[in-house]
Design a protein around this ligand. Structure first.
Ligand code: PHE
Length: 344
């Protein structure tokens, strides 16, 4: 009798644990506790047990019944919890999704792409030349006399390398003008070059970074005059800053251009009248000029046959002027600061 009760208990418990839904639980309940259920029948048999064992068997039978009932309740709770979870986890495809974080190009790269596109429309070919360069390309061929103090002006980074017998010291390009000679060596005129590259100078403060960019335009052809330079500058300024903006050239001095100019763009806030942003109506863009005959000669181009113009600006500066950005410390551009970069 005792064995019979225990095996009923075990059978019931294992069935209950396997039950997948309420209907199965209901069937198990009937099978064991129903009117003709296995346990009900077994309990009826207790009357046949000898009197002295009857009490003990009775207690055991009650325990078995209780255990089965508790297991049934417990399994019912587990099943209902699972049902709720499934409802909760069901995906509602009409809900707005969680967007994965998307990156974007660095704001200076964005400016470089835009500048390239503007110049490619008027036939400028984008090139890049070594940024670890010889003195000859950066200074010598650009009409800087040997030991001219202008070499200091650029506060150049020099590479620990014995000087080349023809090209002099090895350095990091302090400006993209080194590309002028490289381009003249690469191809015969007509030349329409846009050299965008990293440039390096020994400077680091709130308005200077040791590594920045420049874009250098060079045009060499027959009968190139200042008007071509002015037209190109106007075209760039209109395309990049907006159709109402104008360019202005002022006399200046560079070793490698004659005459040389500084280029300004009319202020977008006051249109050249003068305001708090620009003070005198114009914002400074960079340098330009007509290619010096000595530079053409260094590039093996006959200055009696050809002439040219060149300009060199900074995309960082252009981008900031366009956006009306006043960056307190320019070094943040290259500091991988996501709070800053994600704004663009
Ligand atoms: N290389 C000059 C600079 O870095 C800019 C420039 C380029 C000037 C071409 C004239 C012509 O300041």
């Amino acid at each position: 009798m005792e064995e019979n009760l225990l095996s009923i208990k075990n059978a019931a418990l294992s069935l209950i644990l396997d039950a997948k839904d309420d209907k199965m639980l209901e069937e198990i309940k009937l099978q064991f506790l129903g009117r003709s259920g296995q346990l009900t029948l077994a309990i009826k048999e207790i009357t046949k047990v000898p009197v002295e064992e009857r009490k003990e068997i009775g207690i055991l039978a009650n325990e078995v019944k209780q255990t089965i009932e508790e297991a049934l309740n417990e399994q019912e709770k587990i099943l209902s919890k699972k049902r709720k979870q499934i409802i909760f986890e069901r995906i509602d495809v009409t809900n707005p999704s969680v967007k994965p974080p998307l990156g974007h190009l660095h704001l200076v790269t964005q400016a470089i792409e835009e500048i390239s596109a503007i110049f490619s429309k008027i036939g400028f070919e984008r090139v890049r030349y070594p940024e670890v360069e010889w003195d000859w390309y950066s200074f010598g061929a650009l009409n800087f006399p040997q030991n001219h103090p202008a070499r200091d002006e650029w506060e150049t980074f020099f590479i620990k390398e014995s000087p080349h017998e023809k090209y002099g010291a090895m350095l990091l390009t302090p400006h993209t003008s080194s590309g002028q000679i490289r381009e003249m060596e690469r191809k015969k005129p007509p030349i329409r070059m846009l050299n965008i590259a990293k440039t390096y100078r020994r400077q680091s403060d709130i308005s200077h970074v040791p590594m920045f960019h420049q874009f250098e335009g060079l045009v060499v052809d027959k009968d190139i005059a200042i008007t071509h330079l002015k037209g190109t500058l106007d075209y760039f300024v209109r395309s990049f800053f907006g159709k109402d903006r104008k360019s202005r050239i002022r006399p200046y001095h560079f070793q490698f251009t004659e005459p040389s100019f500084e280029v300004d763009v009319s202020c977008g806030v006051c249109n050249g009248k003068g305001c708090k942003v620009c003070k005198a109506g114009w914002l400074e863009l960079g340098g330009a000029g007509m290619v010096h005959p000595n530079v053409l000669r260094a590039g093996k181009i006959d200055p009696n046959e050809y002439s040219g113009f060149a300009f060199g600006f900074g995309p960082e500066r252009c981008m900031m002027m366009k956006e009306g950005l006043k960056i307190e410390d320019l070094r943040i551009l290259y500091s991988n600061n996501l709070d800053f970069l994600e704004q663009f």
